[in-house]
Write a protein that binds this ligand. Structure first.
Ligand code: UD1
Length: 325
């Protein structure tokens, strides 16, 4: 079993991964400043409230808990906000990651698993990308993550630390047992927003762009259930622990759905009609973004268990119907 520091472990994806790590018997320390995360989302391990960029705190935690592996989720993730306030994103997502990596190397951390994003690809020519597709982010969020990827690769080449970079496509859904979920305030992600509308927490939902060169004119994305994504993290840890070399892996199912298909599914699962408006394209949105996801299956022996839009929506909607933290 590993001793793992999970940054951002009180947030949406981090809390699901931490829960699976705890269930698997790993020793955990969660570092989260609770700016977006929730204390109640931490089901396993000790929660330390603090910043990833706080060198003294991070170094002390790494040493005191004899951490051998770090999973780094703490980040800002709202694309339009990154366009409006790029330095906020470079400060937190890039500079704090640099500081964390430095502390990890100094403390002899062996394994570093990094939350990256499909946003590093920008607008891929064909709409689908493998890990060798050129990276050309079109927003500061994607660039802030790509810069961290480069730092991590360079540092791992120059040190004994090894990494797995996981490039998430569109993460959705919640713990199927309803213990934790996605509680992000003022969320912008499609499935979350649609489910909030379905339970009456929003008056409706907008489709951003109906004139894309896609079959029904709306954006196509590869939606991956957070439980499958969390499983990929545990497998990445096992892979590094058994001597696997550093790797960069797409996390998606390899096929996608349009915005209209997602909204149809939310209506079907909720058993009601949403109040849907059509609006112009949202700046910075590519028409389609679908993973070529063969490498992760091969390298991590990963096989999705929730590759089913209905299951994703059902778990997301169930969470919206549970009382809030
Ligand atoms: C973006 C990032 C992704 C990041 C995620 C988290 C890109 C290419 N991707 O995902 O890496 O992890 O943000 O912030 O930058 N939509 C609507 N109405 C809504 C909300 C969304 O029509 O109210 C549409 C969007 O136009 C898009 C699709 O739904 O076509 C998915 O959007 P969203 O859920 O916001 O995620 P991305 O922007 O794809």
């Amino acid at each position: 079993m590993n001793r793992v520091l999970v940054t951002g472990g009180a947030g949406y994806i981090g809390s699901h991964v931490a829960r699976q790590l705890g269930e698997a018997g790993h020793d955990l320390v969660i570092l989260d400043n609770l700016s977006k995360g929730f204390r109640d989302a931490v089901l396993y391990g000790e929660l330390v409230v603090g910043d990833t960029g706080d060198r003294d705190l991070v170094s002390e935690l790494l040493r005191r808990h004899r951490i051998d592996s770090v999973m780094h989720f703490a980040a800002h993730t709202v694309v339009p906000e990154s366009v409006a306030n790029p330095l906020k994103y470079y400060a937190n997502n890039t500079c704090c990651t640099r500081s964390l990596i430095e502390c990890c190397v100094a403390a002899g951390v062996r394994n570093f698993i990094f939350s990256s994003t499909a946003a590093v690809y920008g607008i891929p020519a064909t709409g689908s990308c493998d890990e060798d597709t050129s990276t050309m982010p079109i927003n500061p969020y994607g660039m802030s993550k790509l810069m961290s990827e480069h730092m991590l690769r360079d540092v791992c080449t120059a040190s004994a630390m090894r990494h797995v970079i996981l490039r998430y496509f569109n993460v959705a859904g919640c713990d199927p047992h309803g213990r934790i979920g996605q509680s992000t305030r003022e969320a912008t992600l499609l499935i979350k927003v649609a489910c909030e509308a379905a339970v009456g927490r929003r008056e409706g939902i907008a489709i951003f762009g109906t004139d894309y060169p896609t079959p029904d004119g709306t954006g196509l994305r590869d939606y991956i259930h957070v439980e499958d994504l969390a499983d990929a993290h545990l497998r990445a840890l096992g892979y590094l622990e058994t001597g696997g070399s550093s790797a960069t892996l797409n996390c998606g199912y390899g096929h996608g759905y349009s915005v209209r298909e997602v909204l149809d599914m939310v209506e079907k699962v909720a058993g009601l009609k949403l109040n849907i408006r059509e609006e112009p394209r949202r700046p910075g949105d590519p028409p389609g973004l679908i993973a070529v996801a063969d490498r992760i299956r091969h390298i991590l022996d990963w096989a999705p268990r929730y590759d089913d839009l209905q299951a994703i929506v059902r778990s997301a909607l169930a969470w919206e119907r549970t009382p809030r933290y």
